[in-house]
Design a protein around this ligand. Structure first.
Ligand SMILES: *[C@@H]1O[C@H](CO)[C@@H](O)[C@H](O)[C@H]1NC(C)=O
Ligand SMILES: *[C@@H]1O[C@H](CO)[C@@H](O)[C@H](O)[C@H]1NC(C)=O
Ligand SMILES: *[C@@H]1O[C@H](CO)[C@@H](O)[C@H](O)[C@H]1NC(C)=O
Length: 352
Protein backbone atom coordinates (compact mmCIF):
# COMPACT_ATOMS: atom_id res chain seq x y z
CA UNK A 1 0.00 0.00 0.00
CA UNK A 2 2.76 2.42 0.95
CA UNK A 3 4.77 1.64 -2.22
CA UNK A 4 1.94 2.20 -4.70
CA UNK A 5 1.24 5.62 -3.21
CA UNK A 6 4.91 6.65 -3.64
CA UNK A 7 5.20 5.76 -7.34
CA UNK A 8 3.40 8.75 -8.93
CA UNK A 9 5.43 11.15 -6.74
CA UNK A 10 8.82 9.81 -7.96
CA UNK A 11 7.62 9.99 -11.61
CA UNK A 12 6.89 13.68 -11.15
CA UNK A 13 10.34 14.28 -9.72
CA UNK A 14 11.90 12.58 -12.76
CA UNK A 15 9.93 14.69 -15.21
CA UNK A 16 10.91 17.92 -13.48
CA UNK A 17 14.55 16.79 -13.39
CA UNK A 18 14.63 15.94 -17.14
CA UNK A 19 12.98 19.29 -17.89
CA UNK A 20 15.76 21.08 -15.94
CA UNK A 21 18.50 19.21 -17.85
CA UNK A 22 16.96 20.12 -21.22
CA UNK A 23 16.69 23.77 -20.19
CA UNK A 24 20.28 23.75 -18.96
CA UNK A 25 21.78 22.57 -22.28
CA UNK A 26 19.35 24.28 -24.59
CA UNK A 27 21.73 27.00 -25.85
CA UNK A 28 24.64 26.63 -28.31
CA UNK A 29 27.57 24.42 -27.22
CA UNK A 30 30.89 23.98 -29.06
CA UNK A 31 31.74 20.36 -28.29
CA UNK A 32 35.06 20.12 -30.09
CA UNK A 33 37.51 22.00 -32.31
CA UNK A 34 39.79 19.67 -34.23
CA UNK A 35 42.12 19.07 -37.12
CA UNK A 36 40.42 16.62 -39.49
CA UNK A 37 43.38 14.33 -40.19
CA UNK A 38 44.89 10.99 -39.29
CA UNK A 39 47.68 12.89 -37.48
CA UNK A 40 47.76 15.57 -34.80
CA UNK A 41 49.99 17.80 -36.97
CA UNK A 42 50.23 19.28 -40.47
CA UNK A 43 53.36 19.37 -42.62
CA UNK A 44 54.16 22.85 -43.96
CA UNK A 45 52.85 23.14 -47.52
CA UNK A 46 49.97 20.71 -47.01
CA UNK A 47 46.32 21.70 -46.76
CA UNK A 48 44.43 21.36 -43.48
CA UNK A 49 40.78 21.15 -42.58
CA UNK A 50 39.76 22.46 -39.15
CA UNK A 51 36.34 21.61 -37.83
CA UNK A 52 34.31 23.36 -35.17
CA UNK A 53 31.70 20.95 -33.88
CA UNK A 54 28.72 22.47 -32.13
CA UNK A 55 25.25 21.59 -31.00
CA UNK A 56 22.51 24.20 -31.33
CA UNK A 57 18.91 24.07 -30.27
CA UNK A 58 16.38 23.74 -33.11
CA UNK A 59 15.15 27.28 -32.60
CA UNK A 60 18.68 28.73 -32.59
CA UNK A 61 20.18 30.24 -35.74
CA UNK A 62 23.96 30.35 -36.08
CA UNK A 63 24.71 33.84 -37.31
CA UNK A 64 28.48 33.98 -37.02
CA UNK A 65 31.49 31.70 -36.57
CA UNK A 66 34.75 33.42 -35.60
CA UNK A 67 38.14 31.73 -35.66
CA UNK A 68 40.96 33.26 -33.68
CA UNK A 69 44.59 32.21 -33.69
CA UNK A 70 46.32 33.13 -30.44
CA UNK A 71 43.64 35.75 -29.82
CA UNK A 72 43.75 37.35 -33.31
CA UNK A 73 40.78 37.03 -35.67
CA UNK A 74 41.87 35.00 -38.71
CA UNK A 75 38.60 33.74 -40.24
CA UNK A 76 35.01 34.88 -40.10
CA UNK A 77 31.94 33.13 -41.37
CA UNK A 78 28.67 35.06 -41.33
CA UNK A 79 25.16 34.10 -42.28
CA UNK A 80 24.72 36.81 -44.90
CA UNK A 81 28.17 37.38 -46.39
CA UNK A 82 30.90 35.19 -47.90
CA UNK A 83 33.61 34.07 -45.44
CA UNK A 84 36.64 36.26 -44.86
CA UNK A 85 40.24 35.25 -44.08
CA UNK A 86 42.59 37.63 -42.26
CA UNK A 87 46.09 37.86 -40.82
CA UNK A 88 48.02 34.54 -41.18
CA UNK A 89 45.15 33.01 -43.13
CA UNK A 90 44.79 35.85 -45.66
CA UNK A 91 44.96 34.29 -49.11
CA UNK A 92 45.49 30.85 -47.53
CA UNK A 93 41.90 29.75 -46.87
CA UNK A 94 39.31 28.36 -49.25
CA UNK A 95 36.53 31.00 -49.24
CA UNK A 96 34.21 28.89 -51.35
CA UNK A 97 33.56 26.65 -48.33
CA UNK A 98 30.23 27.81 -46.99
CA UNK A 99 29.76 25.24 -44.21
CA UNK A 100 29.88 27.32 -41.01
CA UNK A 101 31.68 24.61 -39.05
CA UNK A 102 34.61 24.23 -41.46
CA UNK A 103 37.81 26.13 -42.06
CA UNK A 104 39.79 24.87 -45.03
CA UNK A 105 43.42 26.08 -45.12
CA UNK A 106 44.87 25.61 -48.59
CA UNK A 107 48.56 25.69 -47.69
CA UNK A 108 49.76 25.55 -44.12
CA UNK A 109 52.90 27.41 -43.05
CA UNK A 110 54.75 27.57 -39.74
CA UNK A 111 53.23 30.95 -38.81
CA UNK A 112 49.88 29.15 -38.54
CA UNK A 113 51.02 27.04 -35.59
CA UNK A 114 49.15 28.07 -32.50
CA UNK A 115 46.02 27.96 -30.42
CA UNK A 116 42.79 28.25 -32.44
CA UNK A 117 39.55 29.36 -30.82
CA UNK A 118 36.26 28.77 -32.56
CA UNK A 119 33.47 31.04 -31.33
CA UNK A 120 29.93 30.40 -32.50
CA UNK A 121 27.26 33.10 -32.17
CA UNK A 122 23.54 32.55 -32.37
CA UNK A 123 20.76 35.01 -31.82
CA UNK A 124 21.80 36.14 -28.38
CA UNK A 125 24.21 33.40 -27.23
CA UNK A 126 27.87 32.56 -27.85
CA UNK A 127 29.91 29.46 -27.18
CA UNK A 128 33.55 28.63 -27.87
CA UNK A 129 36.21 25.96 -27.66
CA UNK A 130 39.83 25.66 -28.74
CA UNK A 131 42.59 23.44 -30.12
CA UNK A 132 46.32 23.62 -30.79
CA UNK A 133 47.49 23.29 -34.39
CA UNK A 134 50.99 21.88 -34.72
CA UNK A 135 52.87 22.64 -37.94
CA UNK A 136 56.02 20.72 -38.82
CA UNK A 137 58.58 22.03 -41.31
CA UNK A 138 60.12 18.80 -42.55
CA UNK A 139 63.41 20.29 -43.71
CA UNK A 140 65.80 17.46 -42.85
CA UNK A 141 65.69 15.01 -45.71
CA UNK A 142 67.86 11.96 -46.29
CA UNK A 143 70.65 14.13 -47.78
CA UNK A 144 71.11 15.93 -44.45
CA UNK A 145 72.85 12.74 -43.29
CA UNK A 146 76.23 11.37 -44.25
CA UNK A 147 77.63 8.06 -43.06
CA UNK A 148 80.99 6.53 -43.74
CA UNK A 149 82.27 3.09 -42.87
CA UNK A 150 86.04 2.64 -42.84
CA UNK A 151 86.27 -1.16 -43.06
CA UNK A 152 90.07 -1.16 -42.89
CA UNK A 153 90.30 0.55 -39.51
CA UNK A 154 86.75 -0.31 -38.44
CA UNK A 155 85.64 3.25 -37.80
CA UNK A 156 82.15 4.58 -38.40
CA UNK A 157 81.41 8.25 -38.83
CA UNK A 158 77.95 9.80 -38.91
CA UNK A 159 77.37 13.46 -39.76
CA UNK A 160 74.13 15.37 -39.93
CA UNK A 161 73.52 19.01 -40.72
CA UNK A 162 70.00 20.24 -41.15
CA UNK A 163 68.79 23.82 -41.60
CA UNK A 164 65.22 25.03 -41.28
CA UNK A 165 63.42 22.38 -39.23
CA UNK A 166 60.47 23.50 -37.08
CA UNK A 167 59.54 23.19 -34.25
CA UNK A 168 62.62 22.34 -32.17
CA UNK A 169 63.08 18.56 -32.50
CA UNK A 170 64.02 16.10 -29.80
CA UNK A 171 66.72 13.54 -30.59
CA UNK A 172 66.26 9.78 -30.35
CA UNK A 173 69.72 8.63 -31.28
CA UNK A 174 71.97 5.79 -30.28
CA UNK A 175 73.58 2.48 -31.02
CA UNK A 176 70.79 -0.07 -31.37
CA UNK A 177 70.97 -3.82 -30.88
CA UNK A 178 68.96 -5.53 -33.61
CA UNK A 179 68.83 -8.75 -31.60
CA UNK A 180 67.33 -7.29 -28.44
CA UNK A 181 65.50 -4.38 -30.10
CA UNK A 182 66.97 -1.96 -27.57
CA UNK A 183 69.22 1.06 -27.61
CA UNK A 184 72.61 0.35 -26.02
CA UNK A 185 73.29 4.03 -25.46
CA UNK A 186 71.76 7.42 -26.09
CA UNK A 187 73.52 10.29 -27.80
CA UNK A 188 72.34 13.92 -27.94
CA UNK A 189 72.57 16.34 -30.88
CA UNK A 190 75.78 18.40 -30.87
CA UNK A 191 74.02 21.68 -31.46
CA UNK A 192 70.52 23.06 -31.93
CA UNK A 193 70.35 26.75 -32.91
CA UNK A 194 67.32 28.90 -33.44
CA UNK A 195 67.51 30.85 -36.70
CA UNK A 196 66.12 34.34 -37.37
CA UNK A 197 63.03 32.99 -39.15
CA UNK A 198 62.18 30.83 -36.13
CA UNK A 199 63.34 27.53 -37.61
CA UNK A 200 66.18 25.45 -36.19
CA UNK A 201 69.59 24.34 -37.34
CA UNK A 202 70.62 20.96 -35.96
CA UNK A 203 73.98 19.29 -36.29
CA UNK A 204 75.51 16.05 -35.25
CA UNK A 205 78.95 14.50 -35.75
CA UNK A 206 79.98 11.18 -34.24
CA UNK A 207 82.77 8.70 -34.62
CA UNK A 208 82.52 5.11 -33.45
CA UNK A 209 85.38 2.64 -33.11
CA UNK A 210 84.98 -1.14 -33.04
CA UNK A 211 86.87 -1.46 -29.74
CA UNK A 212 83.86 0.01 -27.93
CA UNK A 213 81.43 -2.43 -29.57
CA UNK A 214 83.46 -5.63 -29.73
CA UNK A 215 80.84 -7.52 -27.71
CA UNK A 216 77.94 -6.56 -30.01
CA UNK A 217 77.89 -7.99 -33.50
CA UNK A 218 74.34 -6.93 -34.41
CA UNK A 219 74.40 -3.17 -34.10
CA UNK A 220 73.04 -0.30 -36.12
CA UNK A 221 73.13 3.40 -35.49
CA UNK A 222 69.65 4.89 -35.35
CA UNK A 223 69.07 8.58 -35.14
CA UNK A 224 65.75 10.35 -35.43
CA UNK A 225 64.46 13.82 -34.96
CA UNK A 226 61.08 13.55 -33.31
CA UNK A 227 58.31 15.45 -31.57
CA UNK A 228 57.16 14.03 -28.29
CA UNK A 229 53.51 13.06 -28.29
CA UNK A 230 53.44 12.56 -32.07
CA UNK A 231 54.48 9.59 -34.17
CA UNK A 232 56.36 11.91 -36.57
CA UNK A 233 60.06 11.16 -37.01
CA UNK A 234 62.78 11.71 -39.55
CA UNK A 235 66.18 10.12 -39.55
CA UNK A 236 68.35 7.17 -40.42
CA UNK A 237 69.18 3.57 -39.60
CA UNK A 238 72.72 2.60 -40.45
CA UNK A 239 74.29 -0.84 -40.05
CA UNK A 240 77.57 -0.45 -38.19
CA UNK A 241 80.95 -1.98 -39.08
CA UNK A 242 79.55 -4.18 -41.86
CA UNK A 243 78.70 -7.84 -41.48
CA UNK A 244 79.91 -9.72 -38.44
CA UNK A 245 80.87 -12.77 -40.50
CA UNK A 246 80.51 -16.29 -39.15
CA UNK A 247 80.57 -15.93 -35.38
CA UNK A 248 80.26 -19.67 -34.74
CA UNK A 249 82.98 -22.22 -35.40
CA UNK A 250 82.52 -24.39 -38.49
CA UNK A 251 80.64 -27.67 -37.98
CA UNK A 252 82.85 -30.27 -36.35
CA UNK A 253 84.27 -33.10 -38.36
CA UNK A 254 84.42 -36.64 -37.03
CA UNK A 255 86.31 -38.66 -39.55
CA UNK A 256 88.78 -36.17 -40.92
CA UNK A 257 89.93 -32.59 -40.47
CA UNK A 258 89.17 -29.19 -41.90
CA UNK A 259 91.20 -26.41 -43.41
CA UNK A 260 89.76 -22.90 -43.18
CA UNK A 261 90.51 -20.31 -45.84
CA UNK A 262 89.89 -16.83 -44.47
CA UNK A 263 90.68 -14.06 -46.89
CA UNK A 264 89.17 -11.31 -44.78
CA UNK A 265 88.09 -10.98 -41.20
CA UNK A 266 85.15 -8.90 -40.10
CA UNK A 267 85.62 -5.98 -37.69
CA UNK A 268 84.88 -8.43 -34.87
CA UNK A 269 87.62 -10.78 -36.03
CA UNK A 270 85.32 -13.47 -37.39
CA UNK A 271 85.76 -15.09 -40.83
CA UNK A 272 83.94 -12.79 -43.23
CA UNK A 273 81.29 -13.73 -45.75
CA UNK A 274 82.64 -16.04 -48.45
CA UNK A 275 85.27 -17.66 -46.21
CA UNK A 276 85.55 -21.38 -46.91
CA UNK A 277 86.05 -24.46 -44.83
CA UNK A 278 87.33 -27.44 -46.72
CA UNK A 279 86.83 -30.78 -45.05
CA UNK A 280 89.30 -33.53 -45.79
CA UNK A 281 87.80 -36.83 -44.86
CA UNK A 282 89.34 -40.20 -44.26
CA UNK A 283 89.14 -42.55 -47.19
CA UNK A 284 85.62 -43.76 -47.91
CA UNK A 285 83.92 -40.73 -46.39
CA UNK A 286 82.16 -37.87 -48.21
CA UNK A 287 84.05 -34.64 -48.84
CA UNK A 288 82.41 -31.26 -48.38
CA UNK A 289 83.08 -27.54 -48.51
CA UNK A 290 81.23 -25.13 -46.23
CA UNK A 291 81.03 -21.42 -47.01
CA UNK A 292 80.27 -18.52 -44.69
CA UNK A 293 76.97 -17.21 -46.07
CA UNK A 294 74.65 -14.82 -44.27
CA UNK A 295 76.56 -15.30 -41.02
CA UNK A 296 76.25 -19.13 -41.07
CA UNK A 297 78.45 -21.95 -42.28
CA UNK A 298 76.51 -23.42 -45.16
CA UNK A 299 77.29 -26.37 -47.47
CA UNK A 300 78.65 -24.93 -50.70
CA UNK A 301 76.10 -24.58 -53.46
CA UNK A 302 73.09 -25.05 -51.23
CA UNK A 303 70.88 -22.89 -49.11
CA UNK A 304 70.84 -23.27 -45.38
CA UNK A 305 68.28 -25.40 -43.60
CA UNK A 306 68.07 -26.76 -40.08
CA UNK A 307 69.00 -30.20 -41.37
CA UNK A 308 72.47 -28.99 -42.30
CA UNK A 309 73.38 -28.75 -38.66
CA UNK A 310 72.40 -32.35 -38.03
CA UNK A 311 74.17 -33.70 -41.09
CA UNK A 312 77.49 -35.24 -40.28
CA UNK A 313 80.50 -34.10 -42.19
CA UNK A 314 82.70 -36.98 -43.25
CA UNK A 315 79.97 -39.23 -41.95
CA UNK A 316 79.89 -42.91 -42.71
CA UNK A 317 76.56 -43.55 -44.35
CA UNK A 318 76.63 -47.12 -43.03
CA UNK A 319 77.23 -45.99 -39.51
CA UNK A 320 74.12 -43.86 -39.00
CA UNK A 321 73.62 -40.53 -37.37
CA UNK A 322 76.40 -38.98 -35.36
CA UNK A 323 76.26 -35.53 -33.84
CA UNK A 324 79.35 -33.65 -32.85
CA UNK A 325 79.21 -30.47 -30.86
CA UNK A 326 81.50 -28.33 -28.82
CA UNK A 327 80.88 -27.75 -25.13
CA UNK A 328 81.18 -24.21 -23.80
CA UNK A 329 84.41 -25.13 -21.99
CA UNK A 330 86.03 -26.12 -25.25
CA UNK A 331 85.80 -29.89 -25.09
CA UNK A 332 84.52 -31.55 -28.20
CA UNK A 333 81.92 -34.13 -27.40
CA UNK A 334 80.71 -36.66 -29.92
CA UNK A 335 77.45 -38.35 -29.32
CA UNK A 336 77.15 -41.57 -31.18
CA UNK A 337 73.43 -41.29 -31.10
CA UNK A 338 72.63 -44.06 -33.54
CA UNK A 339 75.09 -46.42 -31.93
CA UNK A 340 73.70 -45.77 -28.48
CA UNK A 341 70.15 -46.09 -29.71
CA UNK A 342 70.89 -49.34 -31.52
CA UNK A 343 72.56 -50.79 -28.42
CA UNK A 344 69.73 -49.67 -26.18
CA UNK A 345 67.05 -51.08 -28.44
CA UNK A 346 68.93 -54.35 -28.91
CA UNK A 347 69.33 -54.70 -25.15
CA UNK A 348 65.64 -53.95 -24.66
CA UNK A 349 64.58 -56.56 -27.21
CA UNK A 350 66.91 -59.13 -25.68
CA UNK A 351 65.48 -58.71 -22.18
CA UNK A 352 61.96 -59.20 -23.53
C1 LIG B 1 64.60 29.78 -42.50
O1 LIG B 1 65.91 30.18 -42.76
C2 LIG B 1 66.78 29.18 -43.26
C3 LIG B 1 68.19 29.73 -43.35
O2 LIG B 1 68.24 31.09 -43.35
C4 LIG B 1 66.27 28.72 -44.61
O3 LIG B 1 67.11 27.72 -45.14
C5 LIG B 1 64.86 28.16 -44.44
O4 LIG B 1 64.33 27.78 -45.69
C6 LIG B 1 63.96 29.20 -43.79
N1 LIG B 1 62.70 28.50 -43.50
C7 LIG B 1 61.52 29.06 -43.63
C8 LIG B 1 60.36 28.21 -43.32
O5 LIG B 1 61.36 30.20 -43.97
C1 LIG C 1 83.33 -7.19 -23.54
O1 LIG C 1 83.06 -8.27 -22.64
C2 LIG C 1 84.12 -8.55 -21.78
C3 LIG C 1 83.75 -9.80 -20.99
O2 LIG C 1 82.43 -9.72 -20.52
C4 LIG C 1 84.42 -7.35 -20.86
O3 LIG C 1 85.49 -7.61 -20.02
C5 LIG C 1 84.74 -6.16 -21.75
O4 LIG C 1 84.92 -5.00 -20.95
C6 LIG C 1 83.65 -5.92 -22.77
N1 LIG C 1 84.09 -4.90 -23.68
C7 LIG C 1 83.36 -3.84 -23.99
C8 LIG C 1 83.96 -2.87 -24.91
O5 LIG C 1 82.24 -3.69 -23.55
C1 LIG D 1 95.17 -25.73 -46.08
O1 LIG D 1 95.05 -24.63 -46.97
C2 LIG D 1 96.25 -23.94 -47.25
C3 LIG D 1 95.94 -22.76 -48.08
O2 LIG D 1 95.05 -23.10 -49.12
C4 LIG D 1 97.24 -24.89 -47.92
O3 LIG D 1 98.45 -24.24 -48.12
C5 LIG D 1 97.44 -26.08 -47.02
O4 LIG D 1 98.24 -27.05 -47.67
C6 LIG D 1 96.09 -26.72 -46.67
N1 LIG D 1 96.34 -27.78 -45.72
C7 LIG D 1 95.80 -28.97 -45.86
C8 LIG D 1 96.18 -29.94 -44.81
O5 LIG D 1 95.08 -29.27 -46.80
Amino acid sequence: MENSRLRPTSSWINIIFIFLIIRGTSSITVTEVLLVSAHQYVIQGDPALLACRYIAEQTEVVTEVEWEKDGVLVYLWTLDNPPEAKDVLEGKADLTVTTPSQLQITEVDMAMQGKYTCRVRTNGKTAQNEMFLMVIVDACKEDAWKTNTDMVNCIETVNMHCIGIFPKPSPACGVYSEKTGKYLNSVPFDSVNKLLNGTFEVSFNRRFVIQDWINNTDISFRCYMMYLGTPWRSGIQHKMFGDAGCTDKPPIVLNGFYNMTVEFKSCWGFPSEGSKVEYSCKEGFTVEVYVCTGGKWTPEGSTISDEDYLKTICGDINFGLMIGYECPWGVEVMVYLALFLTMYLTYDTLTI
